[in-house]
Design a protein. Structure first.
Length: 211
């Protein structure tokens, strides 16, 4: 698919915004927490003017349907592996206007960093300053990412990859934002933590759709 054709598809998504979860290979639990995306979309429906669907889509990177979704999402506890074909396909998606949000669910950090280098070998993951619009696109996060789960302690960090001046990948580390989107009984997070996670998730999606 030519870049122009891919871009045309990305600029004309389905009428309702739906986040597509990437079904990846390598052994990690790509399917982790099935309630997270529906809950985030429901929160966005109540708190933004984005026309959203109420369920997630699941795509493999090699699927033609990949280019139907302006935002794709990746999470898990284990290893990710991208073939050369998948890396090239994801590169085309990202350089044609698509956006990837990856959330480390404690265990995928090393392999994600390795695999994303295959996708965009000439770009670097850089830490995103607190002043960046992704922390202010809808809700205000003056101190950057909220800390949702402790894991190894230490501050949460947000990283991005930019292509031609545009952020095309956002990666949250040492916080696990998406766990806070899960049904309340899954992790037992207090309401204020879930609220922060849902607000930050909304910021990421609003940023991806408007920048």
């Amino acid at each position: 698919m030519a870049n122009s054709d891919a871009f045309a598809q990305l600029k004309a998504p389905e009428s309702e915004f739906v986040v597509a979860r990437i079904k990846y290979h390598g052994g990690g639990d790509w399917y982790n927490d099935p309630s997270i995306i529906p809950n985030l979309l429901n929160f966005m429906a109540d708190n933004t003017n984005v026309d959203v669907g109420d369920s997630e889509a699941v795509v493999e990177i090699t699927d033609e349907a990949l280019f139907s979704y302006p935002v794709v999402f990746m999470t898990g506890h284990g290893r990710i592996f991208l073939s050369k074909q998948e890396a090239a396909r994801l590169r085309l998606y990202l350089t044609s206007g698509g956006f990837l949000y990856a959330d480390d669910d404690y265990g995928m950090d090393e392999s994600f960093r390795e695999e994303i280098k295959k996708v965009l070998p000439n770009q670097q993951l850089v830490e995103i300053p607190f002043s960046h619009p992704i922390y202010h696109s809808h809700f205000e996060f003056p101190n950057g990412l909220p800390k949702i789960h402790e894991h190894d302690g230490g501050p949460p960090k947000g990283f991005g990859i930019f292509y031609e001046g545009k952020m095309v990948v956002f990666y949250s580390f040492n916080t696990n934002i998406s766990d806070g989107w899960a049904d309340p009984n899954v992790h037992g997070d207090p309401p204020e933590i879930r609220q922060q996670a849902l607000e930050m998730g909304t910021n990421i999606m609003v940023f991806a759709l408007t920048h």
